[in-house]
Design a protein around this ligand. Structure first.
Ligand code: ADP
Length: 143
């Protein structure tokens, strides 16, 4: 299986609930290597750009309000089969439908506030990673 990169964001609800450490522990225990990480705060505009694909959806305003409501922690992760394995680790978008033991099942309150983001493809992960990180901030690129 190929080594892949994926992009995750610990969303503002994860930060507010003091779950940064616990969620990173689960990510590392599942074998993902963190190759870039920062704490930042999106504006409504930058959150809107990140989720531009959802611009026409009825929840877009709610989503961009939430994503800009506090600090978040984007990370680039590396592992074999990273994209698919990470989506399994976090669980379904709606925590009510997420499998037992997944991060969203255990910690998320609602479909809108669901703790964590995971890219849905290697290509999108690359675009999303460039949204948050300069090449010089990705440690694996500086070996
Ligand atoms: P995922 O984050 O699992 O890839 P999507 O790309 O479909 O899911 O949606 C992006 C984010 O938008 C979700 O994680 C969630 O925070 C929010 N969202 C999706 N659908 C809804 C909805 N029907 N109502 C409110 N928020 C939603």
């Amino acid at each position: 299986m190929a080594v892949e990169r994926t992009l995750t964001i610990l969303k503002p609800d994860c930060v507010r609930k003091n779950l940064i450490g616990e969620v990173i522990r689960r990510i590392q225990e599942a074998g993902f290597k963190i190759i870039a990480m920062k704490m930042t705060r999106l504006t409504k505009d930058t959150a809107g750009g990140f989720y531009a694909v959802h611009r026409e959806r009825p929840f877009y305003g709610e989503l961009t309000d939430f994503m800009s409501s506090g600090a978040c922690v984007p990370m680039i992760l590396e592992k074999e089969n990273a994209v698919e394995d990470f989506r399994k680790l976090i669980g379904a978008t709606n925590p009510a439908e997420a499998a037992e033991g997944t991060i969203r099942k255990d910690f998320a309150d609602s479909l809108g506030e669901n703790i964590i983001h995971g890219a849905d493809s290697v290509e999108n992960g690359k675009i999303e990673a460039a949204y948050f990180f300069a090449e010089s901030e990705v440690v694996a690129n500086k070996a």
